[in-house]
Design a protein around this ligand. Sequence first.
Ligand SMILES: [Zn+2]
Length: 265
Amino acid sequence: MQTYRLYSGWVTTLALLLIAWLVSSPGDTAPPARERTRASTEAPAEEASGPPGDVLLAGRIVILDPGHGGTDKSLGDFGTEGVGPAPEKEIVLDVARHLANLLRDAGAEVVMTRDDDVNPAQGTPYEAVPHGQLLARVAKAREAGGDVLISIHGDASADPAVHGTTTYYYHERSKDLARHLQTAVVQARGSRDLGVRRKGFMVVRDVPVPAALVEIGFLTNPDEARQLAEPGERRLIAQALFEGLRTYLGEKDGAEEEPSWTSER
Ligand SMILES: [Zn+2]
C-alpha cells in the first residue's frame, strides 16, 4: 500500500510537471497575485469558473446587520424575548454568523454591524444618543460602502397566533433584493408568507445600497419560537438568505450586462 502510494504520487507529480511545462509558453504572463491566491484557496483548477455563487459573490462586500445586541433591555438590546428559550438578539446573531461563513467561503467580504452580543453604539459617538444603536449601524454600513445590506430580525405580536416571515425594504432599488430573500426564506422554512413590505426602518432607509430587513419569524408564537431556537433552523435560514442573495445578484448582473453587449462590448 505504502509503495503503491509512493509510486502513484511520483507518477502524478511527473505528469503535472509535464503538463505545466507543455502549457507554459514564454509569452505567458502570470496572473495577478490576488487571482492566483483565490484560485488556489477556493477551487480545484477544473472548477475555475466555479458554481454560480462564487462568480456572483467573489469580491462583493456584503453588510450583515443582526438586530439588537447588548445587555440593556430598556434600550431594546435583547429585541423580542418571546416565548422561546432564546431572545431575538441571540437568534439573529447566530443566523448572521452562519450567513457570513457561507458568504466568505464564496469569496465575498462581509462587514458585520455587530459580531458579538454588544450594542453597536457602544464606544461610538452614538452611545448616548436616542436610537444610537441604529445610527451606529447606519454609520458602519455607510463607511463600508458595499454592494448590499441584509438586516436580520425576529418578529413580535401581541397575538401569539400570528406567525410567518416578512421582508421590509424602503427604496425602490431594494425591492428585488427583498423579494428574493423573502421567497427563499419562506420556501426553506415552509413559513407563512406575510409578504414584502415597504417601511422606513433606518437600516434600510438610510444606507446607499440595496437593503432589506428580514423578519424571519415570530418569537411570540410558540411554534416559531421553538423552531428558531434550533441550531438547524438557523443554519437553514442562513442558507436560504445566501441562496436568495445569489439569485438576486444573478438577476441584477444579467439585467446590467445586456446593454453593454449591444453597445461597447
Ligand atoms: Zn428586532
